[in-house]
Design a protein around this ligand. Structure first.
Ligand code: SF4
Length: 168
């Protein structure tokens, strides 16, 4: 596992990059082509790993959540939580497992909010498919395998403090 890395690329730059890499016929054709060539695929996946590990601490889960987490990798959470923080985050926003680190989800919230994308954090993520570990998330995206990685945005946000289990 690589060293823990906080995002080094501004979230706004990440959203711009995502638009550049948006699925189109050329990228889909490339993804089909490269998947049929194991050596080319391994080079491409390695390039993705090097770039995204340096920028986001990527762990190559193969199912990239960055576009809806303020470009903060949830797999850098020591518990690998994909749906928000655990109950152990400190009042100062620090991780309970590695107390010198800010909680990944606090960082995600700050970055998404600064970019006007706070509603992204209301989305629910499906469980990680570990069979995709080490695979290129870009190729998976262009091949359409990311179609239902997360839910649509919540239509409404429940008022703070009112929800299931609040004793009412
Ligand atoms: S591919 Fe997975 S591990 Fe890599 S940055 Fe995206 S969410 Fe994180």
């Amino acid at each position: 596992m690589g060293a823990r890395v906080r995002p080094r690329l501004a979230a706004s730059a990440g959203y711009r990059l995502h638009r550049l890499l948006a699925s189109n016929a050329v990228f889909r054709g490339f993804a089909r082509w490269v998947e049929r060539r194991p050596r080319a695929y391994s080079w491409f996946a390695e390039g993705e790993r090097v770039a995204k590990e340096a920028l986001f601490g990527c762990r190559m889960c193969g199912q990239c959540a960055l576009p809806v987490t303020g470009y903060t990798c949830p797999m850098t959470c020591p518990k690998r939580l994909r749906n928000g923080p655990c109950g152990g985050v400190s009042p100062a926003g620090m991780c309970e497992v590695e107390p010198e680190l800010r909680c990944v989800w606090v960082v995600a919230f700050e970055r998404a909010e600064a970019a006007g994308r706070r509603a992204d954090l209301d989305r629910l993520h499906r469980p990680v498919d570990h069979r995709q570990r080490g695979r290129s998330s870009w190729v998976n995206y262009w091949r359409g395998r990311d179609a239902h990685l997360w839910s649509e945005p919540a239509a409404t946000r429940p008022p703070l403090g009112i929800g299931v289990g609040d004793g009412r």
